[in-house]
Design a protein around this ligand. Structure first.
Ligand code: ARG
Length: 458
């Protein structure tokens, strides 16, 4: 179809180049924002006397019908248009005649696309924040239901110290609170109106940018028209926040994959979130967690693609920037899909306390507590550490746990040991004694749960 710019000065594009240049396949999802932006622009032009009230009425009611017909499905987006902005303007002119041709006064597709994208991503940021809060709620619920379950905490994936399962999963909830913070922080910076920057230099028309900003719910307008049309920082900021969401989801996924294996057996995923094998009837595969882990790479890719696209671009708009949307849309879609399936997978998983408990009994994860026991009785920690190492070595050779040694055997290593040591190495007690703020002790875990509950309520 004819281009907005086609005429005496510019002939037709080759078919292949037209296809290559067109972005409608990607940006058609911006139709609502494009129409709303156009409405705000038309109303402002009438208020400032740039167009007549009668023309504005024609434009506004035409845009209203387009909005309605796209919403109801009566109108389909024409894929032969160059982009969504072309489609809306063309359809408007078909419907209202010459008044439609006035809509593009005092604006350019450069400020239009920047406006549409900010409006769209602002809503997506809100949606993703909601999904993140739902996930935090799922984590809190599984932590509360299994409030007393003890498991080994790991470093280097080696059993290290006993912790509450709740404490472990709440660590992820904390990460997701920071993700919410990052996304909403970026959304605040995003919420500045570039409309009125026009092609790059502003416009000779007496526009009222405050009015369009208010109508579109922006906090203000961008202060430099060149920056207004060239800036895609808001995409990069969102993409980088989303990349971290995926980092967190993929770490959690990895643990869920491990934990649901026969070797760990710490959790059982609901059938609703596992798949069977076409050949091995016994299998329950954690496909959902694996796929979330796998999708992390595409969001990193979206971030890298956008950063690389922007790197070295001269001011102001360059066609390279059309690539922003494919990347950022893919990222918001991917993160939205991952969160939607991850939260119910977490809240429906069964925690196998016995398996965790028996893993916690092996691996000498109370050895630090035994060393602390000696240190609290005046033995220098380095020495206490060494003595405990000797005790552990002794146990390993005999296939015993620290709890199973007799007091006489302990006395052979140090005469500081007495019968109270057994209380100190009891696993539940080891957890409970970690009363330091932010530790795995139950007061700290309760504090975290309350903090997270109020976080998601706000
Ligand atoms: N489809 C274009 C994009 O997404 C819209 C802006 C076009 N501007 C231009 N000067 N060609 O970036």
């Amino acid at each position: 179809m004819d281009k907005l710019w086609q005429g005496d000065l510019h002939g037709a594009l080759s078919g292949a180049a037209d296809d290559f240049n067109s972005s409608i396949r990607v940006d058609s999802r911006l139709w609502r924002q494009d129409i709303k932006g156009s409405m705000a622009h038309a109303a402002m032009m009438a208020a400032t006397g740039i167009i007549t009230g009668a023309d504005a009425d024609r434009i506004l009611s035409g845009l209203e019908t387009i909005l309605h017909d796209l919403d109801s499905g009566e109108l389909e987006i024409d894929p032969s248009c160059e982009d969504i902005h072309t489609f809306v303007e063309k359809t408007l002119t078909e419907r209202v005649g010459d008044a439609g041709k006035k809509l593009h006064t005092a604006r350019s597709r450069n400020d239009q696309v920047a406006t549409d994208l900010r409006l769209y991503l602002r809503d997506k940021a809100t949606d993703i924040i909601k999904l993140l809060k739902e996930l935090i709620g799922s984590i809190v619920s599984v932590a509360e239901e299994n409030r007393d379950a003890v498991m080994p905490g790991y470093t280097h994936l080696q059993r290290a110290q006993p912790i509450l399962f709740a404490h472990h999963v709440l660590a992820y909830a904390m990460m997701f609170t920071r993700d919410v913070g990052r996304i909403s922080d970026g959304a605040k910076r995003m919420n500045q109106n570039p409309l009125g920057s026009s092609a790059l230099a502003g416009t000779t028309f007496k526009i009222d940018r405050e009015m369009t900003s208010g109508a579109l719910g922006f906090d203000g307008y961008t202060l430099n028209s060149i920056d207004g049309v060239s800036d895609r920082d808001f995409c990069v900021e969102l993409l980088s926040a989303l990349s971290l969401v995926m980092t967190h989801l993929s770490r959690f996924s990895e643990e869920i994959v491990l934990w649901s294996s026969f070797e760990f057996g710490y959790v059982r995923l609901s059938d609703a979130f596992t798949t069977g094998s076409s050949i091995m009837p016994q299998k329950k595969n954690p496909d959902i967690a694996e796929l979330v882990r796998g999708k992390c790479g595409r969001v990193y890719g979206d971030l890298m693609a956008t950063l690389t696209m922007l790197k070295g671009l001269p001011l102001a708009y360059n066609k390279d920037m059309q690539e922003d949307k494919e990347a950022v849309f893919d990222a918001v879609d991917t993160v939205g899909a991952c969160l939607s399936v991850f939260a119910p997978m977490v809240s429906s998983m069964t925690v196998c306390r016995d398996k965790m408990q028996s893993a916690a009994r092996g691996g000498f994860i109370n050895a630090t507590d035994l060393a602390d026991y000696l240190a609290k009785r005046g033995v220098p920690f380095r020495e206490a550490y060494k003595t405990t190492g000797n005790v552990v070595n002794y146990c390993m050779k005999r296939g015993k746990t620290l709890e199973e040694l007799t007091l006489d055997e302990y006395k052979r290593f140090s005469d500081v040991f007495d019968g109270t040591l057994y209380e100190d190495i009891d696993l539940a007690a080891c957890v409970e004694r970690r009363t330091s703020a932010g530790g795995t002790g139950s007061a700290s875990v309760d504090f975290q749960i309350n903090y997270l509950k109020s976080f998601i309520a706000n």
